[in-house]
Write a protein that binds this ligand. Sequence first.
Ligand code: BGC
Ligand code: BGC
Length: 593
Amino acid sequence: MVIDQSRWDSVDEVEIESLLQQMTLAEKIGQMTQVEKGSLAPEEVTSYFIGSVLSGGGGNPEPNTAQDWAQMVRSFSEAALQTRLAIPLVYGVDAVHGHSNVVGAVIFPHNVGMGAANDIDIIRNAARVTASELLATGVHFNFAPAVSIPQDIRWGRSYEGYSENTEIVTRLGVAYLRALQDQEPRILGSIKHFVADGGTKWGSSQTFDWLTGNWQAPGDTYSIDQGNADIDEATLRRVHLPPYQAAIDAGAKAVMVSFSSWQGVKMHAQRYLITDVLKGEMGFDGFVISDWMAVNQIDRDYEVSVITAINAGLDMIMVPYDFKLFITTLTQAVEAGDVLVERIDDAVRRILRVKLWLGLFDTPFGDDALLPLVGSDTHRQAARAAVRKTLVLLKNDGVLPLSKGERILIAGRGADNIGMQCGGWSISWQGAHGSTTPGTSILDGIRQVSDEVQIIYDETGNFPADVSAPVGIVVVGENPYAEGFGDDGNLRLGVEDQAAIKQMRARCEKLIIILLSGRTLVINDELALADAFVAAWLPGTEAEGIADVLFGDYPFTGRLPYTWLRSVDQLPLDVLRSDERGPLFQLGYGLTL
Ligand code: BGC
Ligand code: BGC
């Protein structure tokens, strides 16, 4: 693999040092501060020398259009240029499957589907399209790709991981990162969440009484997210670390630290892993960013938290709300000698170096000329092509491919539901049902196939008694969720979905079940009722890609990125892999057609 290190190597160290020499402590700490856009006015970027602003999940301007995003981001970027040294700002978002907070942006399949596709071109196209939609709105920093390697699919972030398999995650994560960064102008990726976020144990999520009121602490709904990875160092290195090394070798310049703990200690306090291993042994020369208010979880005493995190090796803190408190706390810690100025200088050097490398000193804004491309037809075609490759055919008793002259009954909550097919991290943090953003539903995709196809649709499948058809399609699945809100100890379809399947089974000679989910679920009964079963994961806005494959215009090629369970007592996945009952389907399974 040839890596373009030249631009990084040519970053002007003299310029960095000269800036650093001129900077006051306040200017330095400002660079280390990342604030959520709703928690500060543009003028405060100027007066506090803020180095980075972000939009969290759903952190959109009103109205939520690409134009308004561009204006919002520009107002912060301009404010940074008003500072004495005019150090440009870097704006960050979670464009984890397209620029997915923006209404009208194209939304790609979530990573679990990309893992099923396991196709480098598809990943690259997704990254490039995302990069241009980000640039259109002035965003230069993407909190992606997640290189999580989920080992227990009860985890609500399982779909953010490409696979349970380290090699697949490494291959796809690196391809995504490179496509994002190896173009002009480049978008800074951020590999996350360092490290072993996918290795936490069911039941190990913590709550922090000192955080309530200030920010929603995980609460009772979290069971595994942000929990503890109770694994030895050899396992951590073998399973979870490889994508980081590969990404660093491919030019990763930002790493986000995980909310989770390793061996009972919060990752944000892990000096050994962050400073000794990541920055030392692994040679990471970019900056390390915290997760959302994760620093506050370290200790009841905020000052202790800040000192611990910075001394552990965190360079930029996603505060994200009370930035004044963070700045005062860190300033006092430096003045008291609890954090050395050398540590601050190291952090600031890393941040400045990345900003220079990104070209922000020359081009601090986005490119308005790209605005018409946001959600454009070309971009949607790239997502549609991705969707085709993500589908895994689990069963087919001869009903697929469908003929274009068919009479088809269609039902299920997911059939005409853009929000559900997008899942979490789509327009809002948790995602939502319904028409949240423009796109093509599965039903609309099928309707577009041919005038010859006769479609009869009812969401519940409760058609009049005399209605029946040779073929039925029922689209069922999970409600949208993100992070620990998706932690689920049951992994079963809801009653509405089960009812729709039964209704359809009674009326259709051949029944196709399409599953929209962020992970494998317990589907033994549903599989038995189906003549064909398609795992479609969370395909995003362009579901015509599903019709393309159902009707045989494109083949089924997707393969399971996760071993498929029979029951939840087979979890975590290492148990499932060695369980004598065997999995329902092996990792890599997928019928081709
Ligand atoms: C934000 C998310 C963030 C979360 C913290 C939400 O309010 O919108 O972006 O990840 O809080 O976990
Ligand atoms: C998530 C990160 C995300 C950040 C900003 C956190 O809650 O864990 O993955 O990048 O919020 O939205």
